[in-house]
Design a binder for this molecule. Structure first.
Ligand code: ADP
Length: 183
């Protein structure tokens, strides 16, 4: 589905984040920044070794990326010019500030993109794969965080949520319907 929040075009669609043509795509990385499985592995495979080289430099400078934070590299061979690597929380049952850390991951990614003058960003569903965050809950946090950011400053041209499975897509669409009613 597609809609506008202010001047920002929002797309919630099924797809593969590695082929998106937004200026930046977001990677659900891990703190080590050395690649991994899931969407992280797919982005490094599609983008080529230049992304990992840059990640290694960031690691050498600041020792990786803490949960909830984000760092930026070039996009290598991807259509996207930049990759924002953010680290979502591992789900430990809900009492370890998982919600707050997931919100931080989205918020810091949006803030970092804006700092670099990036006007269009694609997000995957952070933390809902290997990190086991419940999908419905994650969708609500992802979409509310994005909506709150745009309500504060209507800066972006386009934000996409690229959902890899039908189930993810359904949960994000349902979640957005609920949020829209509360605007
Ligand atoms: P995390 O460790 O943050 O849970 P994962 O990569 O395991 O990260 O999963 C995050 C989400 O990314 C999952 O919901 C998974 O379905 C999705 N995903 C995996 N590959 C892709 C892809 N190529 N494009 C978009 N989403 C993807």
């Amino acid at each position: 589905m597609e809609t506008h929040i202010g001047k920002t075009l929002l797309k919630i669609i099924k797809g593969d984040i590695t082929v998106q043509d937004t200026e930046a795509i977001v990677n659900a990385a891990n703190s080590g920044l050395l690649g991994g499985g899931g969407v992280d592995g797919a982005i490094h495979r599609a983008g080529g070794p230049a992304i990992l080289e840059e990640c290694k430099k960031i690691r050498a400078l600041q020792g990786g990326c803490p949960t909830g934070r984000a760092v930026l590299t070039g996009g290598g061979n991807l259509k996207a010019r930049y990759v924002i690597h953010t680290v979502g929380p591992v789900w430990f049952g809900g009492n370890s500030n998982e919600d707050g850390l997931l919100r931080d991951a989205y918020l810091n990614s949006l803030t970092l993109a804006k700092e670099h003058g990036i006007r269009s960003v694609s997000f995957p569903s952070i933390s809902t794969g290997a990190y086991r965050f419940p999908i419905r809950r994650a969708a609500g946090i992802a979409l509310r965080t994005m909506r709150d950011f745009i309500n504060e400053e209507d800066y972006y041209d386009e934000i996409r949520f690229i959902l890899y499975t039908e189930q993810l897509l359904k949960e994000f669409e349902l979640s957005w319907e609920k949020i829209e009613k509360t605007i």
